[in-house]
Design a protein around this ligand. Structure first.
Ligand SMILES: Nc1ncnc2c1ncn2[C@@H]1O[C@H](COP(=O)(O)OP(=O)(O)OP(=O)(O)O)[C@@H](O)[C@H]1O
Ligand SMILES: [Mg+2]
Length: 159
């Protein structure tokens, strides 16, 4: 587990770019946090690191598929309007979550179960929780047994 203070929008984007720099095909990122916590800002940073600059606001659809210039897909999902994991399965979740050339970022991951439960339970997920805090946002990262988590330590300030 790792906790960081992000003082402004630019800090959130910078962490996103650093995360994008360590992701590989097959990775799944779950973003949790209340309204306006910075989920989309972080995904924009991740996407930018992957060479994707035309990220649509996910509110205009549940799932956006992008092709990474280096190859493979980047799926940006907004689960805000979903009510149950079943809704995600109907959109094709099993196929993308299992594809080794595909990276998936899910905003409002809470809608699909607590960490390690629901749709997440058989997956190795980078779990990111963002919260409003004095001085910006606090982000908490969990990536069970993944050494890439330590490589992100320099990407933010200690709260
Ligand atoms: N670390 C930060 N400190 C202060 N403001 C921030 C920080 N990160 C992002 N913001 C700002 O917070 C606002 C909300 O960000 P964003 O849209 O990314 O949140 P969200 O969690 O996706 O919101 P929603 O729940 O509506 O989808 C934006 O104005 C963004 O610039
Ligand atoms: Mg958002």
């Amino acid at each position: 587990m790792m906790e960081m203070l992000l003082r402004d929008d630019a800090a959130t984007q910078r962490l996103g770019r650093d995360i994008g720099g360590v992701l590989t095909g097959g990775d799944v990122v779950a973003l949790r946090g209340t309204l306006g916590a910075g989920k989309t800002t972080l995904v924009r940073g991740i996407a930018a690191a992957l060479g994707i600059d035309d990220l649509a606001s996910p509110s205009f659809g549940l799932v956006h598929e992008h092709l990474r210039p280096a190859g493979g897909r980047f799926m940006h999902v907004d689960a805000w309007r979903l009510h149950a994991p079943q809704d995600m399965l109907e959109l094709g979740w099993d196929e993308w979550a299992a594809a080794t050339d595909t990276m998936v970022c899910v905003e409002w991951a809470d809608r699909l179960g607590e960490p390690a439960a629901g749709l997440w339970q058989s997956l190795h997920v980078l779990d990111i929780e963002l919260a409003h805090a004095a001085g910006g946002r606090v982000v908490t990262l969990h990536w069970a047994g993944d050494s890439r988590l330590a490589s992100l330590a320099a990407s933010g300030e200690t709260p």
